[in-house]
Design a binder for this molecule. Structure first.
Ligand code: AMP
Ligand code: ZN
Length: 482
């Protein structure tokens, strides 16, 4: 690991709609909460985009020396279908899956949780420090709901408990929605929970009466039932990160109502602003609309693997778009990413061969002037609201930057990979091949080209050597083959 001069981190905060200097509440500790999957079906590569974004955020902060504690929950109850399909609209996603497949809701949740963990592993998404399950935190949700009722921020109707939005003046601050817009639908895209017994359409459920045929019901002061999806995240985030913590992440579809309601609940109980920085990732689109289980245009990681795509090629593709930009997934884009990753790995395999042959070439913190500049530029990019596309192109250029020694390039790229997570340290140096006359002639020409600083020609000659099966190393003595 090289020493890194400190640089400020700037993050775009959905709450203030601007990039802000990141200042944790309790440095060097940083608490992050990321809304996790609803485990009723396999997660798709769109969901994975959001988890990868949070992984990059965590890795970037760790690169900056912060001590990150990341919580990503498992939603295994209370998330209702909100689509147009009348057969399931308003039904708990887990209960619907159980009813229509004949399996138990717990069995379904366990199965898809395992699949999700496996996908994270394959994409090299670091495991969060905690994966709390909603069903393990019903007492905490009941306590919060009880507080909200006691404070007059929630009311009870026949076994249902609703949040009284009219009593929380800053409701709408995160999403920019006003009550007026919500009622008239002027905000467009938002759908409010349908329920006959609410006092106002924008009120939302904290606790719902559970029909006797549900598998997942719990006793409560208001009768048997189950929690609302939003209170789950408030309860788990408060329990593990405190009433106030640093960063909350999710995709943009969670801004309203899920995160708006989380603020209303958590702040309603504690009186304090719960989250300092709200970060939202844009969608992965497929066929130019949001990849979504309810639309049915989903691809799973295992679908990509079945087509011969390496999961890390998806990670590479996601690195090429800023997290606040939409990314449209196409056959061409993933094939291009796989190709680019292969080329990057080939460059790294060559550098690895040199670096491993010269274990003393790099002494811990020593960097050349040129190497230090690249590292600083990389650091500036990742700290600028996670500008990973810029960081990646710097890394690609570095791999072929002849002004920096190969061993130094290799060690710098591994340093950068602490953030990228492309498993570059696992790229193996290629085995040596018998040298032919043709290859030796190319080496001679290449040394001449390099001596004359004709870099383009030297790169072309390197490609020719590669095509013959040789790895090319640049040493102070000239071109060497591996
Ligand atoms: P869910 O399992 O539906 O609760 O979603 C888990 C996470 O994936 C949430 O943060 C969603 O907002 C996010 N998500 C869902 N669809 C997409 C998509 N197409 N692109 C990026 N993130 C998504
Ligand atoms: Zn959540």
């Amino acid at each position: 690991m090289f020493s890194i001069s400190p640089q400020p981190v700037r993050l775009y905060n959905t709450l203030t709609r601007q990039k802000e200097l990141f200042q944790p509440l309790n440095p060097p500790h940083v608490g992050i909460y990321n809304c996790g999957p609803t485990v009723y079906k396999d997660i798709h590569i769109g969901n994975l985009r959001t988890f990868t974004m949070t992984d990059w955020l965590r890795r970037m902060l760790e690169y900056n020396g912060y001590d990150v504690f990341l919580v990503r929950n498992i939603t295994d109850v209370g998330h209702l279908h909100q689509d147009d399909d009348a057969e399931r609209a308003g039904e708990d996603k887990l209960e619907h899956e159980a009813r229509t497949t004949g399996r138990s809701a717990y069995e379904i949740a366990n199965y898809y949780t395992e699949q999700y963990m496996h996908d994270l592993e394959e994409l090299n998404i670091l495991p969060p420090h905690l994966n709390p399950k909603a069903t393990d935190h019903i007492p905490e949700m009941l306590t919060m709901t009880g507080h909200l009722v006691a404070q007059g921020l929630a009311y009870v109707k026949d076994g249902n408990v609703y949040y009284d939005v009219s009593n929380f003046p800053s409701y709408g601050a995160l999403s920019g929605n006003t009550i007026e817009q919500l009622r008239t639908g002027a905000g467009g895209r938002v759908s409010l929970e349908a329920a006959e017994d609410k006092d106002a359409p924008e009120d939302f459920a904290l606790w719902k009466h559970g029909a006797a045929d549900r598998q997942m019901n719990w006793d409560s002061p208001w009768g048997s039932g189950f929690p609302g999806w939003h209170i789950e995240c408030s309860a788990m985030a408060t329990k593990y990160l405190g009433e106030q913590f640093d960063i909350h992440t999710g995709a943009v579809d969670l801004i309203f109502p899920h995160h708006e309601d989380e603020i209303a609940q958590s702040q309603g109980v504690s009186g304090k602003q719960p989250v300092q920085y709200w970060m939202h990732g844009e969608f992965l689109d497929f066929g130019n609309s949001k990849m979504s289980r309810s639309v049915g245009n989903v691809l799973l990681l295992r679908d990509l693997k079945a087509r011969g795509i390496d999961p890390l090629a998806l990670r590479y593709l996601l690195l090429t778009a800023h997290y606040r930009s939409k990314l449209n997934f196409t056959d061409e884009s993933i094939a291009g990413a796989q190709n680019a990753l292969n080329n990057f790995r080939a460059d790294i395999a060559e550098l690895a061969a040199v670096a491993k042959a010269q274990p003393d070439a790099i002494h811990g913190t020593s960097l050349s002037e040129a190497g230090r500049k690249v590292q600083e530029a990389f650091h500036t990019a990742i700290n600028d609201d996670l500008d990973l596309p810029v960081a990646l192109s710097l890394a690609r250029e570095l791999a072929r930057n002849h002004k920096i020694e190969p061993a130094e390039r290799y060690h710098l790229l591994l340093d950068f990979d602490r953030v990228f997570g492309l498993r570059l340290a696992h790229v193996e140096p290629k085995a040596a091949k018998a040298v032919s006359e043709e290859a030796l002639a190319l080496v001679r020409q290449r040394d001449e080209a390099r001596a004359a600083k004709r870099w383009k020609e030297s790169d072309q000659l390197r490609d020719q050597l590669k095509a013959l099966g040789f790895e090319v190393r640049d040493t102070p003595k000239g071109t060497e083959l591996g």
